[in-house]
Design a protein around this ligand. Structure first.
Ligand SMILES: *Cc1c(COP(=O)(O)O)cnc(C)c1O
Length: 468
């Protein structure tokens, strides 16, 4: 054994202790670190001829990167939809690396843990047992998987095995949606549907949800066209939900594939008062739910739920690799999703679900919604701002109160100065053609005190930018 490898093996205890101490140091200062790291420039780092060994490498890391680390998973990162990581989730993630198991085969412990975790998630979301689920790397891959299985389903209806014959054997397919996430369109590009196969139907007035009348007309006119509907259960700008119940009814009549992108909106199911937003989603063929957002596990994890295991197998099976067994007989996760070798991605979720249960998640979701509402109220009462949509769940969408032609510059300047200040992170967007700002609340650590800190800064910066 190489001398450094051996040295680290002997010093494992000290090295892991050092990492534990450093983790505690970092996590206990996360809410005082700037939320966004400044773009740093580094001198190039050469591959060492003789390595440093573990302990020295830890010091090298700290010397080089520590001062640039930011509180990305801290309580005031309201940019994108950025979840944090609960302590048990971090423990599960750490142990995932410690065990370093490949989570695929049925007769292994990782398989059991993943299956058990999926069952707990089904309970958390109130999804019927008819849905099977699997972990993938993110909602993008979950959307990709849902659309891949939909493609196989369309082929089946046309008498073509697309997984065998390829896309050329398929006639025209339309992906119908209203406010799709960019990852849906990206998945269309990756799957050979092409981005142009997207049909974007109109929203209801002042909403991001699909106009059901337009959808009905579209379906009536689309005689014989092959249709996949991607419904939104939580849009990123205003957390709007398509009327899933109405779509489910149309599905009975028109028989399309229904994929529901519920990346973070699924968590409405954790709170009885919001659960009805998801009514009808149990009729979906496939559902995307992210874990690294509102479940608060570390990157990268999401789930794909589907009702069509056999089509899923046809789509993702490893065919003709003797050493991987017979995909029809030996159940393996790797025959149902894009990834083959995969980490035990379910373990962080298992830890946090067991640690906090349904009540814990109800509390996290409620607290985040409550804080979003409070911010919405502060914004609507302040002259420098303009609230652009009611706060439906956990995202506040607003802009600055300046003339239209000055909005873009003002919004850009506001975001720059607030994010550089580092107390809170916000992301820009465009809502109904208006340059806008989003604040998304999905972190378990966010408190009323964080709201006060962030609001003080936002209010002052906006006042300075909006004086006439
Ligand atoms: C975040 C998000 C995605 C993409 O998720 P990743 O985890 O970044 O791959 C897809 N759909 C919706 C609605 C999202 O919010």
């Amino acid at each position: 054994m190489n001398q450094l490898l051996n040295q680290d093996l002997q010093q494992m205890d000290a090295l892991l202790q050092e990492i534990k101490d450093y983790s505690i140091l970092f996590l206990s200062s996360i809410d005082t670190l700037p939320v966004k790291s400044a773009t740093a420039s580094f001198e190039s780092f050469e591959l060492p001829q003789k390595g440093f060994g573990g302990m020295q490498t830890m010091h090298q890391f700290r010397k080089r990167y520590e001062e640039h680390l930011a509180g990305n998973s801290g309580p005031r990162n309201w940019g994108f939809v950025t979840g944090g990581a609960t302590i048990p989730a971090i423990a599960g993630d750490w142990l995932t690396s410690v065990f370093d198991m490949n989570a695929s085969d049925r007769d292994t412990l990782p398989f059991k843990i993943e299956t058990e975790t999926i069952a707990m998630l089904r309970q958390l979301f109130g999804l019927p047992d008819a849905f099977s689920g699997a972990f993938v790397t993110g909602a993008t891959m979950a959307n990709f998987s849902g659309l891949a299985i939909a493609r196989q389903w369309i082929g089946q209806r046309l008498g073509v095995d697309v997984a065998q014959e390829g896309m050329a054997a398929l006639s025209k397919v339309r992906i119908v949606s209203c406010t799709p996430h960019s990852s849906t369109v990206k998945s269309m590009a990756m799957l050979g549907f092409g981005r142009n196969a997207l049909v974007k139907l109109p929203t209801l007035p002042d909403r991001e949800a699909i106009d059901i009348d337009s959808l009905t007309e579209y379906l009536k006119a689309s005689n014989g066209e092959q249709v996949i509907i991607v419904a939104s259960a939580g849009t990123v700008n205003t957390v709007d939900f398509d009327d899933l119940q109405a779509i489910a009814q149309l599905k009975e009549e028109y028989g399309f594939w229904l994929h529901v992108d519920a990346a973070f909106g699924a968590f409405a199911a954790c709170v009885p008062t919001y659960r009805e937003l998801l009514k009808g989603w149990e009729s979906a063929d496939s559902i995307t739910i992210d874990a690294h957002k509102w479940l608060n596990v570390p990157y990268d994890a999401a789930m794909i739920f589907t009702r069509h295991q056999h089509l899923q197998l046809e789509t993702f099976k490893n065919a003709g690799a003797a050493y991987l067994g017979d995909p029809e007989k030996d159940y393996k996760y790797s025959n149902y999703i894009p990834e083959n070798s995969r980490r035990l991605r379910a373990l962080p979720a298992w830890f946090t679900l067991v640690a906090y249960g349904a009540e814990g998640y109800e509390a996290i979701v409620n607290n985040n919604i409550d804080l979003a509402r409070q911010l919405g109220l502060l914004i609507s009462r302040n002259n420098s701002f303009q609230l652009l949509a009611p706060v439906r769940l956990c995202v506040v969408c607003f802009t600055l109160n300046v003339p239209d032609e000055e909005k873009q510059l003002a919004v850009d300047a506001f975001i720059q100065v607030v994010n550089d200040e580092g107390k809170v992170m916000l992301t820009p967007t465009v809502y109904k053609g208006i340059p806008a700002i989003r604040a998304a609340f999905v972190n378990w650590r966010t408190t009323a005190e964080d709201l006060t800190i962030a609001w003080e800064d936002m209010r002052q910066q906006a006042a300075a930018l909006t004086v006439a």
